[in-house]
Ligand binder design. Structure first.
Ligand SMILES: C[S@@+](CC[C@H](N)C(=O)[O-])C[C@H]1O[C@@H](n2cnc3c(N)ncnc32)[C@H](O)[C@@H]1O
Length: 267
């Protein structure tokens, strides 16, 4: 079952957006690393609301995007001013409406951890790539060995509450992450070279424990969307109770350092 981001349209940009200049740095690092020339045709799998696409379109790149969520893609137009428009399609990453060998670069940012059929999606990206092209799977992850920010305790508390309410590991953490060996092993098994690279570090917008609790309670995290409504309600009540009674410094704003970590596959 796919995760439907239509329900995130009202709050996605506000809660998942980057600080000024971060996406442009990602674009430049990605293009430098792949050596893509200015005429390269680029596909973004899971383009969402265009937070990433915007930087490529401002640089007048030949850019295509697909997503399951029409609602998210409708937010793209409002970000573009007079820039070039991307060619968009509502489609599943595992079955893309493009001819074989039609792209030089396929990338997906914060998408693969949602994909139960991620192997099919890698195969599909491979089908679309021209000789010498690259698939780049990207997630925003904390730097190795980073201290978790004070509000990360909210996440731990939430997981603990869910466990006490009988939610198993599958209900708490979905999907495959770049850091899971299985992904690079699968890429290698298809005959590709798989390289894991930290493309850049950046600083997130500041957040406090209270803000994180409010976002949990409001159902803004996709990992919670499949929980039964009654479980979510009970867990939210307990989390608020914990914030009021036990959380230290609930209103301290913290800026966390994060990375764009990428897995490059070239066949
Ligand atoms: C966390 S958002 C990331 C959006 C954008 N890449 C960004 O970084 O802001 C995940 C996006 O993946 C899309 N998505 C999830 N599963 C998908 C699938 N199987 N095929 C296409 N899009 C999918 C969702 O609709 C959502 O827009």
């Amino acid at each position: 079952m796919a995760i439907n981001y239509d329900q995130a349209v009202a709050f996605y940009d506000e809660t998942r957006g980057y600080r000024e200049g971060v996406v442009e740095r990602y674009r430049d690092a990605l293009l430098a690393h792949t050596g893509a020339d200015p005429s390269a045709r680029i596909l973004e799998m899971g383009i969402g609301s265009g937070l990433i696409a915007r930087a490529f379109l401002r640089a007048r790149r030949d850019y295509y995007g697909i997503d399951l969520s029409l609602g998210m893609m409708r937010l793209i137009g409002g970000k573009l001013e007079d820039s070039r428009r991307p060619l968009l399609a509502q489609a599943d990453c595992a079955k893309l409406p493009f001819a074989a060998a039609s792209f030089d670069l396929v990338h997906a940012v914060r998408v693969f951890h949602h994909l139960a059929d991620w192997r099919d999606c890698i195969d599909e990206a491979r089908r679309l790539l021209r000789d010498g092209g690259a698939l780049v799977i990207v997630e925003n992850l904390p730097p190795a060995a980073a201290e978790p920010p004070p509000w990360a305790v909210v996440q731990e508390k939430w997981d603990q509450i869910l466990r006490c309410l009988g939610v198993g590991d599958d209900g708490i953490r979905h999907g495959i992450w770049l850091t899971d060996e299985a992904m690079s092993q699968y890429i290698a098994s298809t005959g590709a070279r798989a390289d894991s690279v930290e493309l850049l570090r950046y600083v997130e917008k500041p957040v406090s424990a209270r803000v994180m609790v409010e976002r949990r309670v409001a159902g803004m995290f996709s990992s919670d969307w499949r929980l039964p409504a009654s479980t979510r309600r009970d867990a939210a009540r307990q989390l608020v109770d914990w914030l009021e009674r036990e959380c230290e410094a609930p209103d301290v704003l913290v800026e966390r350092e994060m990375t764009f970590r990428a897995l490059f596959a070239r066949w």
